[in-house]
Design a protein around this ligand. Structure first.
Ligand code: ADP
Ligand code: MG
Length: 693
């Protein structure tokens, strides 16, 4: 694109857009004229025809005209100006709670008006509150609009009218200049309109374009743009991966005795799948470029030991390792595991979370900076600015799905100053269906551990109504008498941790009372980390029979003797999350059970979802079903989709579009490399900064 590209001009260059409006528009991510063109309507209003007042129905927004036959300011209650218009077929009241003296002078008997608003039913008949209105001066006045009227997403202080006017100008400036980067063959194949047509259809649709199709995403114009946006997101990850191939990374090597020593000290033999993934990783780490690899493996498939082996590669080559987990509980478990596995290597391991005492923190930071510690394990506190490594060679991130794409990219910058980037290994137990992986993980290579350690039996899952709670409690008694342990998981709407903890406390009290011979303890998210740790340790050492918990135990806890789990209100959680929870049992050689204690009545979908869990123990199958039943937003977690900031695409609505993103991306990368950056810039704009490093 050339220097005088009008579309890249700041919005301030448009008539009616001052500095203040420009600043406010920035909150919507709008800086350039082109950004305005891609700011699409939320919905539309139909002002293309005038409706006779007699035909009006409540709850519909319509255009009417009429002559004022009555106007008065009512002081009763809230002072308001009421104006009644009639068009010969009937009459309707207009109600203004705020009005100026000038309005009061204009809105008098005999004045002809056109009004647009939603019709409401009031005690005195139909009315419109604060309609958009215009005074009709002469007979020739044009009242209707030629197109459906767009309603744009707004930000505080910017009026719809201002935005409409600015976008109209932006369109006429930009349309001749915009390049359609999608190949013509693709447009033909999917019956997509070209870029100009698509934008015009969405900003100024003819009344022939059905409003419902526009609003529910069936319009080819919207599909085309949503597709382009998804493509741009995918491309940005692909390019980021390509770019990272040009970075330098430490080359790891390990001698055979060290390798053997580590493996021989493990209390088990690696599964074939673990060995295969280790081979993939070892190959990556021998290259001069950073590994960016994701391990997908169901809960309990043994990802941790694979990551520990990778850490060994780094240590043996003289580099430090950072292991990041999403929760303290999980970080603590990694600390225990790594400490055990590296016991005979004299490697100093430091632990870093947000809750450390200042002195402990200082010591840990010093050890990392001086290089006397080889491994740092912690939560995201590991990656705060003041944490400096002497020679960081490997970053391990567990339960990746909890960290967003952006955080991952930010981490990649650690060590950038030295010109050497660490290798990166990320692990997730939430298998992501291939279609979504394209938007999440296209910057990574993927390894799959598709085999559980030997001797594991699938967990038997039963779906039971909460009315049978007492019966279930009795079953626990029987269970713990046999020397086995159990979990009781209380769930609640995720946002309210306080309520969730209270519910868990109440349940713990109930169970303690009902089961006098069972040792009951409670662990929840609001407890101090040391307290949680103590309870978990006690549970692990079988000083506790029944652990009542909130969903904090979702990840990480590993107690093979606990082979029964009761989950209350499972209908509130996503399938993948339930599957994760359930993965806490079935870790030993005993047959294990999971009881889903639901609150009736269950909706059709909820029934269906719980049945999926009952019938399958395969995380991949469950993730696919979760996608089908709840949509990708739920599956990826709001945090993540929130971070993706789609302008147009809606993953729930546009899932089907994802199918072709990858092949179209391949095509563009091969045949139109000049299209890549402009497409990314168009859709991701400033947020691509991470991709530019
Ligand atoms: P996840 O993949 O869910 O992180 P973990 O790494 O926590 O799984 O492993 C689950 C349990 O299985 C741990 O107790 C771990 O020590 C054990 N484990 C891992 N690999 C094997 C194996 N090859 N044989 C037997 N047990 C294993
Ligand atoms: Mg794990």
């Amino acid at each position: 694109m050339s220097g005088q590209d009008l579309s890249q001009q700041p919005v301030e260059t448009l008539a009616g857009v001052g500095r203040q409006t420009a600043a406010r528009l920035e909150k919507l991510g709008i800086r350039t004229v082109s950004d305005l063109v891609f700011h699409l309507p939320l919905r539309y209003e139909d002002r293309t025809k005038v409706h006779p007042i007699r035909t009006l129905q409540p709850a519909k927004a319509v255009l009417v005209t009429g002559v004022i036959d009555w106007a008065e300011v009512l002081p009763r209650g809230r002072k308001s100006l009421i104006v009644r218009i009639s068009d010969g077929t009937g009459h309707i009241s207009l109600r203004f709670f705020h009005f100026t003296a000038r309005q009061q002078q204009q809105l008098i008997v005999g004045t002809r008006l056109s009004c647009f608003a939603e019709v409401r039913q009031s005690y005195a008949g139909l009315e419109m509150v604060h309609p958009d209105y215009a005074i009709i001066a002469g007979d020739a006045a044009i009242i209707t609009e030629p197109h459906l009227t767009p309603v744009y997403p707004l930000t505080e202080g910017v009026h719809q009218a201002v935005l409409r006017k600015a976008i109209k100008q932006a369109l006429s400036l930009c349309i001749p200049q915009l390049t359609d980067w999608l190949p013509a063959s693709l447009l033909r194949q999917y019956h997509y309109p070209n870029l100009t047509e698509a934008l015009m259809t969405l900003h100024a649709p003819d009344e022939t374009v059905a409003m419902t199709a526009l609003q529910n995403g069936e319009s080819p114009a919207l599909k085309r743009l949503a597709f382009e946006e998804l493509l741009a997101h995918h491309l940005s990850l692909r390019l980021s991966k390509d770019r990272s191939r040009s970075w330098q990374a430490p080359v790891f090597s390990i001698d055979d005795p060290t390798r053997q020593h580590f493996l021989k000290n493990l209390p088990f033999d690696l599964t074939c799948a673990q060995q295969r993934v280790i081979a993939e990783i070892s190959h990556d780490c021998r290259q001069r470029h950073p590994m960016l690899r994701l391990i997908q493996g169901d809960v309990g498939s043994g990802k941790t030991v694979v990551s520990a082996y990778t850490a060994l590669l780094a240590l043996a080559s003289g580099y430090q390792v950072a292991v990041m987990a999403p929760t303290e509980l999980l970080a603590e478990q990694h600390l225990r595991n790594f400490t055990g596995w590296f016991d005979s290597f004299q490697t100093r391991i430091v632990y870093l979370t947000g809750h450390l005492k200042a002195s402990a923190r200082k010591a840990a930071l010093e050890a990392l900076e001086q290089g006397s510690a080889g491994i740092a394990i912690g939560t995201h506190a590991l990656f705060q600015e003041n944490v400096n490594f002497h020679k960081l060679g490997l970053i391990i991130i567990d339960e990746q799905h909890r960290f967003g794409v952006h955080q991952r990219m930010a981490l990649r910058d650690k060590g950038a100053e030295t010109g050497i980037r660490p290798h990166q290994l990320v692990m997730t137990a939430t298998p992501i269906p291939r279609t979504l992986a394209m938007l999440q993980y296209s910057d990574l290579d993927i390894s799959v551990i598709d085999e559980l350690p030997p001797g594991r039996k699938p967990t038997v899952t039963t779906v039971i109504p909460a009315q049978r709670r007492v019966e279930v409690m009795a079953r626990i008694q029987h269970w713990t008498e046999q020397g086995k342990q159990a979990y009781w998981v209380c769930t609640l709407i995720e946002e309210s941790e306080v309520l969730q903890c209270e519910a868990a406390e109440k349940t713990a009290r109930q169970l303690t009372q009902a089961l006098p011979d069972t040792r009951v303890a409670l662990v929840h998210g609001r407890m101090k980390s040391a307290e949680k740790e103590a309870v978990m340790q006690a549970f692990k050492q079988h000083e506790i029979d029944l652990l009542v918990a909130t969903t904090v135990i979702e990840v990480g806890v590993d107690v093979p003797n606990a082979s029964l789990m009761i989950i209350e209100n499972p209908e509130r959680l996503g399938l993948s999350q339930l599957h994760q929870l359930r993965g806490r049992v079935g870790r030993g050689s005993d047959e294990s059970f999971c009881l889903l204690l639901y609150q009736s009545p269950l909706s059709q979908t909820a029934r269906h979802r719980l049945a999926v869990l009952k019938d399958s123990n395969d995380g991949f199958v469950i993730a696919e079903k979760d996608l089908e039943l709840r949509g990708p937003g739920e599956l990826l977690g709001t945090r993540q989709t929130g971070q993706m900031h789609f302008k147009i695409a809606d993953l729930a609505r546009d899932t089907a579009l994802l199918d072709n993103v990858e092949s179209v991306a391949d095509n563009l990368i091969q045949h139109s490399p000049q299209a890549l950056q402009p497409l990314i810039q168009r859709w991701l704009g400033e947020t691509t900064h991470y991709a530019e490093v």
